[in-house]
Design a protein around this ligand. Structure first.
Ligand SMILES: [Zn+2]
Length: 198
C-alpha cells in the first residue's frame, strides 16, 4: 500500500534525467547526429525548459488563490489581454495568445489581476487543449470566488497548424467559456463582449 502510494507520488515528479534520455533518442531517431556541436547540450536544455513549461502539472489553484474582499463592488470586472504560452497536447508544439476574463463578483469577493494571471499560467503550463484551458480557467474562478457569472475568451495561434501550413501564420483560434449570468442574460453577455473587444 505504502509502496504503491510512493510510486504514485514519484510519477508526479518531474524526471529530468528521463526527459534528457528521451530527447536524445528523438534526436537520433530523426536522423541527426547527437554529437554535433549544436545538439550536444540540447537534451539537457530541453529538459530544463520542460521543467518550467510543464510546471503546472499536478498543481492546484488552491495554492495560489487568495480572495480580496472589496467594499460594495458588485459590478462587472474585466481583465483583458492576459498573455499566455501553452503546449498543444496533440503535437507538443506551442500555442500562445491572450486570455480575456469578465466576471461579476458575488458578496464583494474579488480576485486580483496577478492572481488571475497566475491561474491562467497554472493551467497553461501543461500539455493542453485550448478548449480545456478556457473552461478550466472559468471553472476554477467559479470555485475560488463563486461569482454571479464568469466569461473567458481565449484567442491563440497554434504553431502545429501554422508551421505545417494547415492555417496561415497569424490566424487565430478563439474559444469561450460562459458561466452563470453571462449565460442566462444576453445583455450582460453583450456588455462583457463589447468591453473585451474594445
Ligand atoms: Zn496541435
Amino acid at each position: 500500500m505504502t509502496k504503491r502510494k510512493n510510486q504514485k507520488n514519484q510519477k508526479k515528479q518531474f524526471d529530468k534525467a528521463a526527459v534528457e534520455k528521451a530527447v536524445r533518442i528523438i534526436i537520433k531517431a530523426i536522423g541527426e547526429d547527437i554529437n554535433r556541436e549544436g545538439l550536444k547540450e540540447t537534451p539537457r536544455r530541453v529538459a530544463d525548459m520542460y521543467e518550467d513549461i510543464f510546471s503546472g502539472i499536478g498543481r492546484d489553484v488552491k495554492d495560489i488563490v487568495k480572495v480580496f474582499e472589496a467594499e460594495d463592488h458588485d459590478e462587472m470586472v474585466i481583465l483583458k489581454d492576459i498573455p499566455f504560452y501553452s503546449v498543444c497536447e496533440h503535437h507538443f508544439l506551442p500555442f500562445l495568445g491572450k486570455a480575456h476574463i469578465a466576471y461579476i463578483p458575488r458578496k464583494n469577493k474579488l480576485l486580483g489581476l496577478s492572481k488571475i494571471a497566475r491561474i491562467v499560467e497554472l493551467y497553461a503550463k501543461r500539455p493542453q487543449l485550448q478548449e480545456r484551458l478556457t473552461s478550466q480557467i472559468a471553472d476554477s474562478m467559479l470555485k475560488a470566488i463563486d461569482p454571479l457569472g464568469v466569461l473567458v475568451i481565449i484567442e491563440a495561434e497554434h504553431l502545429c497548424m501554422t508551421m505545417r501550413g494547415v492555417k496561415k501564420p497569424g490566424s487565430k483560434m478563439v474559444t469561450s467559456a460562459i458561466r452563470g449570468v453571462f449565460r442566462k442574460n444576453e445583455s450582460t453577455r453583450k456588455e462583457a463582449l463589447a468591453l473585451i473587444s474594445k
